[in-house]
Design a protein around this ligand. Structure first.
Ligand SMILES: Cc1ncc(COP(=O)(O)O)c(C=O)c1O
Length: 449
């Protein structure tokens, strides 16, 4: 027998064929004898993976070096010309809301007018954190109108599974999180509307409306329209936190578009109920991009007043090099196609393993995203932690189970976030073989017990 290598293809072919054949049967149709046979075969395969000393990581939702290389031309683009279109010397202080040419470029991404956007530093999460902080403690312009001044515990709705750092912003600021289901077309709007109507201390909802983290969901037009109307149903100073982090991050040209929420808000007279965010963290450099926030002029004025207490102005030179590099919407779209060319094959390998290894087994379900950075995977209820642990023991690191839920608690213990952007194609191939084995092993063992 040839030496075993840590890929599914190195597994003894006869054994592997047997596993694949039996695994096409539904788990719940298997007899105890069959289950025991599967357990033996899968455990053998698992031990082989374990013995092969893997060290693979599917946790990191960040661009790979290959993707970062796509923006390296940005470093040389400014030369010694550091003034912008209005001849402002960008080396100096000032311009809290960013340079006009950068506003024009990213206002289109957020779907707001050029005077409804602020360009910030390198992190949209910082802008989101400040937005929550100011709303909670400083208020919306006039001091005293903050959420905290209402004297009740502030609450936020958290569509789940979701982005852990949204949850930790709230947890850090003493805001209670109420999970609501994220359906295939966006948050469960019946539940959302009922909750905000019943409780005026619910002041916000986190939304990642296009290629959400981690499920890849694109909100439907109807859901966007209903979210735009929440400002009329909710208590005072309610805000939708519209984190459009993956606004232009499709994996193919035919990925679904997202309705413009600011337009919907204008139609309903609720412009003040929406804060929109985005950044170039996954367009140019994740550590040295630019962030942006879109909001009504009134909100922008209040937000800028508070922001101005923490800084004199952002890094405008970084803003300028972004505009000179990306140029316009067409330049941005072409750049994102280059990203997709790097990312798509990685997603394809993940999905190939899941389809070939787990389709029709009754052991799992997962999304097939058309953009973004993640595949969201559900084990059978109660197995996510065990699968993550099995994979870790075999040298494959996964995001901790529960991370996609507020307070780290997945009530069904079933969701696992797979992030394939950083590892090489070969590494993903190996890691996914291990992952599929761990899911099967844990599922068969659960059934047997
Ligand atoms: C949904 C979402 N929002 C925001 C961020 C972070 O954005 P930034 O780098 O602009 O702070 C991430 C990063 O993974 C994300 O997934």
């Amino acid at each position: 027998m040839s030496q075993l290598r840590p890929t599914p293809y190195s597994f003894n072919r006869a054994q592997r064929d047997q596993v694949f054949k039996v695994m096409t049967l539904q788990l719940d149709q298997a007899s105890t004898t069959q289950l025991r046979e599967w357990e033996t075969t899968l455990a053998q395969e698992y031990q082989q993976f374990k013995a092969s000393g893997l060290n693979l990581d599917l946790t990191r939702g960040k661009p790979s070096a290959e993707q970062l290389d796509l923006s390296d031309a940005m470093n040389l683009i400014l030369g010694d010309d550091l003034s912008n279109e209005s001849n402002t010397d960008l080396r100096n202080y000032g311009g809290l809301d960013g340079i006009p040419e950068c506003k024009r470029l990213f206002a289109k991404v957020l779907g707001v007018a050029n005077d409804e956007i602020l360009i910030g530093g390198n992190s949209s999460l910082t802008l989101m954190y400040f937005a929550v902080l100011f709303a909670q403690n400083q208020g919306f312009g006039a001091l005293g109108a903050s959420w905290a001044s209402e004297g009740k515990t502030t609450k936020f709705l958290a569509p789940v599974p979701g982005y852990d750092r949204h949850f930790s912003v709230c947890e850090h600021l003493g805001i209670e999180l109420i999970p609501v289901a994220l359906n295939d077309d966006g948050p469960d709007m019946d539940a959302v509307e009922q909750l905000v109507k019943a409780d005026p201390s619910i002041k916000g909802i986190w939304c990642v409306p296009r290629f959400s983290n981690p499920t890849g969901t694109v909100y439907s037009d109807q859901v966007v329209d209903r979210l735009a109307q929440l400002g009329k149903l909710a208590g005072s100073n309610f805000r939708v936190f519209w984190d459009n982090a993956y606004a232009v991050h499709s994996l193919s040209d035919d990925a679904p578009e997202l309705a413009n929420i600011m337009d919907r808000c204008r139609a309903h007279g609720t412009e003040d109920s929406i804060y929109i965010f985005g950044s170039t963290s996954k367009i140019t450099y994740a550590g040295a991009g630019v962030s942006f926030a879109g909001m009504s002029k009134g909100n922008l004025k209040a937000f800028s007043q508070h922001l101005g207490m923490s800084q004199i102005g952002p890094d405008k030179i970084n803003q300028l090099r972004h505009v000179r590099f990306l140029k316009d919407s067409e330049g941005l779209a072409a750049h994102m196609r280059a990203h997709a060319a790097v990312l798509k094959p990685r997603f394809d390998i993940v999905l190939k393993h899941l389809r070939e290894g787990l389709a029709d087994t009754g052991m799992a379900s997962w999304n097939e995203p058309q953009g973004g950075y993640f595949v969201s995977f559900d084990t059978l209820p109660g197995l996510a932690k065990e699968v993550v642990q099995l994979a870790a023991d075999a040298g494959v690191k996964l995001t901790p189970a529960g991370a996609t839920f507020p307070y780290g608690k997945d009530p069904d213990n079933k969701n696992i976030r797979i992030a394939p952007s950083v590892p090489s194609l070969e590494e993903i191939d190996r890691a996914m073989a291990v992952f599929v084995n761990c899911v099967k092993l844990a599922s068969v063992r659960q059934r047997l017990s």
